[in-house]
Structure formats: C-alpha cells, structure tokens
Design a protein around this ligand. Sequence first.
Ligand code: PBG
Length: 325
Amino acid sequence: MSFPVHRPRRLRRNELLRSFVRETRLGTEGLVYPMFVGPGTRVRNEVRSMPGIYQQSVDQLLEECREVEQLGIPAVILFGLPERKDERGTEAHAATGTVQRAIEAIRRANLKLLVITDVCLCEYTSHGHCGVVEEGEVLNDPTLEILAETALSHARAGADIVAPSDMMDGRVGAIRRKLDAHGFAQVAILSYAAKYCSGFYGPFREAAQSAPQFGDRRSYQMDPANAREALREVALDLEEGADLVMVKPALPYLDVIRLVRERFAVPVAAYNVSGEYAMVKAAAQNGWLDEQRVVLEILTGIRRAGADIILTYHAKDVARWLKAC
Ligand code: PBG
C-alpha cells in the first residue's frame, strides 16, 4: 500500500502540525558561547574575519557574560591571549593570567553560567604549537605536565569544566590525576577527543593569535579522512577519565558525531568552528544567504547528527531568534 493511501504531506500542512511532529528541537540549553580574553582594560577589538566576535579585556568580557546569561545561554568557553609568549607557554598556568582572572571575575559576579576553559598551549607559545617543541618536533610527554598545571590553575580560579584541545596522547589522564590530587574531583573534563587537522580554524588563529610559526599540526591533530580513528580517540579519552567528548569541526564531520553518539553513552559536544562561522557571515553580508535561516538549519543539522552540546559563535544570535519565535 502506497500512494494515494500514504501522503507524507498530510503532516506538513501547517506550522502547528509540523512543529507537533518535529524530531529535532533546537533550544538554548546545550549552547556554549566561545569568548576571547586578553590583557588591559576597556579593550574590545572585533576580530576581522569573525564579525560580532571580540578580543576583549576582563572588564568587557564580564559585561558580555551578563548579556549571555540574560539570553539564557548556559555556558561560555574561554580562550586566553597572554601578555607574553615563550617557548613553553608559561603564562598558560599563571595564577594571574588573563583566563584565570576572567574566571574569577565571572565567579565574583555570581553569574548563572557554566565556565568552561580551553586548555592548550598554542596561544601561549612563541612558536604557536600546542606543545613543547624540540628540534622541530612537538614533544608529547613533556607537554602533559604543563597542560595539567594549566587545567589546575583554571580549576583554582573557579572553572566548572576544563577542555583540553591540544591532542597530546594521555593528557586527559594527566589532567584528571592532577585535579584529583589537589581536591578538584568535582571539576569535569570535556575532551576535544576527535579534533581534526582542519582548514576551518583559520579565523580562530587570527582571533587567538595562535598560528604555528613553522610547520602545521598534522603530527597531533587527526587526519580528516579518518572516522574509525575518532572512535579510538574517544574510547581512550573516556578510559582516561573524560566526562564529555567533543568532535571538531562540526559540519564536515557530521558522520563522526553520529558514530560517537551511537557508540558511547556520554554527552557529545560538537564545535561549530570559526571558519564555519566566517563562511556564513561573509555570505550573509553579501546578501547571498539568509543568515537566520541557514544558521538555524546548520545547528539543527548538528543536533540531528547527535550532538547534545554545540559550541558556536552564533549562540547569542540564536538565543535572540529563538526568543522572538
Ligand atoms: C587550540 C584551539 C583551536 C581551536 C580551539 N582550540 C585552534 C587550533 O587547533 O589551531 C579552534 C576553534 C575555532 O576554529 O573556532 N588548540
């Protein structure tokens, strides 16, 4: 029995019916807004390739966090720009670093926001790599202690969740042990478990001033052609103690999000990265795409693929649009 008995269009006749049978609902609950914090006061510089996104000082960041809270977005993820870079990314774990001071300011203001911090060295190292470099090689094991110290400094400042994005082997375990040894067993780890070596991070590297000064990240970030390997990365991070796992970027890796969702019973996050944001913004500014329509479609697609949590620079706009609906 088929047409004319079956008519899928019956359930598409009007918005009441369509929303009644809708499978994927986009709300603000799982959104995370990424923010860049740097030194100084009253600094607020728009990132050229990311309209609407700023590098800003702690005071300005706090003002924007109030707005984020009011919009009903539950979480922010913080990226730091240091005063000074060095070979070993020392400022990443300074108690008085920009990220640490930003976390403290958000905590003092008593905002109803989950504070997630990116744990990595690339913004803090003079060479722009995510780990310690010797003779042109990014060294794995010597990097782990610095990452763990960085996560600990974020926990001490009041972070709820630390998110290692460096892709060194064993970093989740090193961070878990360090946090537990210092009384921070309650701080969760969101691991960038399947992080691909992607061209879509271009605008972020301008925002975070973190482009590698030589070579690329192919010896630590994943090959875009591999999906099975993502499952291995996720399994290892969960064994080491990750509480939530991330797939990054989102759009070219929807299949990976789906695979991870089906295989593991933990919250899955997807990072709708800077290049994905920049493409939409550029096309919208040219009048080539309807921004609201495509952003909601993109985020619905990421959610439909299986992401519970979405990190996106569109978060504030989406919250406003959903409120207006
Ligand atoms: C740091 C880091 C990067 C991103 C998040 N954390 C850049 C990179 O790996 O080069 C990218 C985020 C984005 O593009 O929005 N390792």
